[in-house]
Write a protein that binds this ligand. Structure first.
Ligand SMILES: NC(=O)c1ccc[n+]([C@@H]2O[C@H](COP(=O)([O-])OP(=O)(O)OC[C@H]3O[C@@H](n4cnc5c(N)ncnc54)[C@H](OP(=O)(O)O)[C@@H]3O)[C@@H](O)[C@H]2O)c1
Length: 290
């Protein structure tokens, strides 16, 4: 497991432990002690040192591994430098199965890092499952949390663009299915979307209705966005990545709703309303602001 301490990774691990598959997981983390203290769940599985920026960590981290759950940490965009060496170690060690957390629409452009990773996996002849999820509902409670907490506001360069919203729990459930039954899904790509295409104005209205809060959405331009995130202490590379994530949907048609989740797991993906209800305390804390 890469990204074991990340939003998706930890959900995948928790689901595998619940299915009694904990013994089969090895979590590759940059700092074992820190990872275990942040996520006590990790104390129940084997953790090894793994750092994409330290190729010397690859060989031992990948010892006796059959399937790699691979993700791209958001701050890493130089794929040739950081992922190519990893993929060549996978090949050398005879690791033939990768479940890769990509992004919706990756196939439409070779410019984004996720597509570069997909192409490197294809080129190496490694068997794969490419998961291409849409926009995470959990962005509201992670990357956008700081501004919501400090000023009850979401400022983004998204205008009225509609996003497709997916609950990370649903992505994790599918990831476990792909890992457990890899051969049934081998060499397939799955766009993973929820059933709702809505803009940020609609999302904050839903939050305010459900949680009785007063959060507002402020559409901002590129400069306004840069200044805001800079003030929050975000690194320039991340500002650019998050700007593109939120701006590009304005230039594209509405995201496609693809029923992979329903087709595979025979149930509907989570809704925004259920996500907001589950996180009602998080949103309500903002109403204590002056
Ligand atoms: N946000 C969205 O709406 C969205 C939608 C579709 C796809 N995605 C994609 O999903 C991925 C993000 O997933 P996520 O939210 O689960 O990630 P995340 O919560 O941001 O976690 C990043 C993970 O990467 C690890 N990491 C960071 N640098 C590393 C390095 N040098 N070597 C090894 N591990 C490293 C972190 O470990 P530490 O604990 O050591 O920091 C952490 O486990 C990105 O590729 C993103 O583009 C996001």
């Amino acid at each position: 497991m890469t990204g074991a301490t990340g939003n998706v990774g930890i959900e995948v691990i928790e689901r595998m432990i619940k299915k009694d598959l904990g013994n089969s997981i090895v979590a590759g983390v940059r700092n074992i002690e820190r990872a275990m203290s942040r996520f006590p769940t990790l104390a129940n599985i084997r953790c090894v040192l793994f750092d994409l920026e330290d190729p010397e960590s690859f060989d031992s981290a990948l010892e006796n591994i059959d399937i790699v759950f691979l993700m791209r940490p958001p701050q890493i965009s130089n794929i040739r430098k950081y992922f190519d060496p990893l993929i060549s170690v996978l090949s050398k060690k005879g690791i033939r199965k990768v479940v890769f957390l990509s992004v919706q629409g990756a196939e439409t452009t070779s410019l984004i890092p996720h597509r570069k990773i997909e192409l490197a996996i294809l080129k190496a002849g490694i068997n794969y499952v490419f998961m291409r999820p849409s926009y995470f509902m959990q962005n509201l409670t992670t990357t956008l949390a700081s501004e919501i907490k400090t000023s009850r506001t979401i400022s983004l360069p998204s205008g009225n663009a509609k996003f497709n919203w997916i609950d990370i729990r649903d992505i994790a459930e599918l990831a476990v299915e792909f890992i457990e039954n890899f051969d049934a899904y081998r060499n397939h790509c799955f766009t993973i979307s929820g059933n709702e295409n809505v803009n940020f104005e609609t999302v904050v209205t839903k939050i305010n209705e459900i949680a009785s809060t007063h959060i507002s959405y402020h559409p901002v331009g590129p400069l306004g966005y840069w200044k805001l995130r800079k003030k929050e202490g975000m690194a320039n590379g991340m500002i650019l990545m998050t700007f593109l994530l939120h701006f590009l949907p304005r230039t594209r048609k509405e995201p496609e709703i693809v029923p992979s989740y329903r087709n595979i797991l025979k149930k509907d993906p989570g809704t925004l309303a259920s996500f907001i209800t589950r996180n009602i305390q998080f949103f309500r804390e903002t109403s204590r602001l002056p």
